[in-house]
Design a protein around this ligand. Structure first.
Ligand code: ACO
Length: 376
């Protein structure tokens, strides 16, 4: 290994860049956007207000807030060629891949450097419409066109369900969307910044981030959480099911986090949200009842790893209660996280230096037997 080179597996413990967007305190289990702790705005700020804070550094006054909402709303509509691109994709192609392809096909944000807030707002506005358009096609119906009088959250639900959302749906989704807009150098945001650092365009950086978000170790976990809860079925079956799963080395989705070792504050906030609005929902009850058992058995089977409940455990519950299909969980994560990606891409562009870590050559890897799935 070259002198001075530090090898950090999975880049653990490495800071890749400075950011003024969020403070993630893994030891204390705290998140602040700019200087505002997430707990302070979880119920009373809209998607647009929090996006504005991340992008422009302060919460907007009423007039600015309305103007920003109008700007985003006006950009919701999809160009015809994007719809045609989506139509070309076979029904079996998963929503995240469709989203990635459709975002790549957006033409009004051409490949130019430097990126702009105009491009950012166009992408953030259109992501929900792409998802709703594809969903309509999968359900064999016409797309419900965006409504300009609804805010970002309400319009997304309206396009999916064809009705203005109930207060419960609106509040639950809005809270989820503001709590998940940003989280420092998480894998998808890091990916976006790496691509932006090459002076590639905002579209390419965003579509790369969508690819990273899709993985089950990152944003793809919530639907797998639901699968686990479905398999567990009831609290009395939990312990036996978990022992079998952990003895066969299965990962329990919704648990464990690279940064948060004491608590993921989003998990606590989403749990409180679920209990406040849907305490009697069977899924909420089951998730709350089995959480302690899962944590206890994770500590037993993986002692000292400090595996906490992460955002995706209660995200899966909240999104289900709202009525979203499982296939929409990760795409809905992209609806919110696209705000953070764009903020980071702009920050990267403003202080750009090519991100280019090194690799350490190792002959030892030649003799490693590949896992069975690898093939020949
Ligand atoms: N279930 C069972 N074991 C686990 C879990 C889990 N959920 N998470 C970690 N472990 C174990 C690993 O098997 C490993 O054990 P070992 O030391 O015996 O080999 C040890 O804990 C450390 O795991 P790593 O993968 O090295 O930890 P890392 O910090 O890299 O991973 C991650 C974090 C990927 C989130 C992991 O905890 C995980 O796979 N969780 C389940 C998937 C999930 O919920 N992802 C969503 C994360 S939140 C987000 O990104 C939006």
């Amino acid at each position: 290994m070259s002198r001075g080179l530090v090898l950090a597996d999975g880049l653990e413990g490495v800071a890749a860049f400075e950011t003024g967007l969020s403070l993630i305190d893994g030891d204390e289990g705290r998140i602040s956007y700019r200087d505002y702790p997430a707990e302070a705005f979880q119920y009373d700020k809209s998607f647009e207000e929090v996006a504005y804070l991340l992008w422009y550094g302060k919460f907007p006054m009423t007039e600015k807030s309305e103007e920003f909402q109008r700007i985003l709303a006006a950009r919701r509509f999809l160009p015809k060629h994007v719809k045609l691109t989506v139509d070309q994709m076979p029904a079996e192609v998963d929503m995240m891949s469709v989203l990635q392809t459709a975002v790549s096909a957006l033409k009004d944000c051409e490949s130019i450097w430097p990126p702009s807030w105009d491009q950012a707002s166009s992408i953030v506005s259109k992501i929900p419409t792409i998802i709703a358009y594809r969903q309509a096609r999968l359900e064999g119906r016409e797309m419900i066109e965006p409504r300009l009088d609804l805010n970002h959250t309400a319009n997304y639900l309206y396009m999916l369900f064809g009705e203005v959302p109930t207060e419960l749906q609106q509040t639950m989704l809005e809270t989820y969307l503001v709590l998940t807009q940003e989280l420092g150098s998480n894998p998808s945001t890091f990916t976006a910044r790496v691509v932006a650092s090459t002076r590639s365009d905002l579209i390419s950086s965003t579509s790369a981030a969508i690819g990273a978000l899709k993985g089950p170790l990152h944003g793809g976990a919530p639907s797998e959480v639901l699968e686990i809860l479905r398999e567990i079925k009831s609290v009395d079956r939990a312990e036996a099911w978990l022992r079998r799963a952990l003895e066969s080395d299965r990962r329990i989705m919704g648990f464990g986090h690279r940064i948060f070792k004491r608590q993921d504050p989003r998990s606590a906030m989403l749990k409180a949200l679920a209990l406040r609005f849907a305490a009697d929902h069977p899924l909420v009850k089951l998730a709350v009842e089995v959480e302690e058992t899962i944590l206890r058995l994770l500590e037993e089977y993986k002692p000292g790893r400090r595996l906490v409940t992460n955002v995706d455990y209660y995200a899966s519950v909240v999104l289900s209660v709202i009525g979203l299909k499982e296939s929409l969980f990760t795409p809905t994560f992209a609806v919110s996280r696209s705000v953070g990606w764009c903020a980071h891409i702009m920050e990267q562009a403003m202080h750009n230096r090519l991100i280019y870590p090194q690799a350490v050559y190792s002959r030892d890897l030649h003799s490693h037997r590949p896992p069975a799935w690898f093939g020949r």
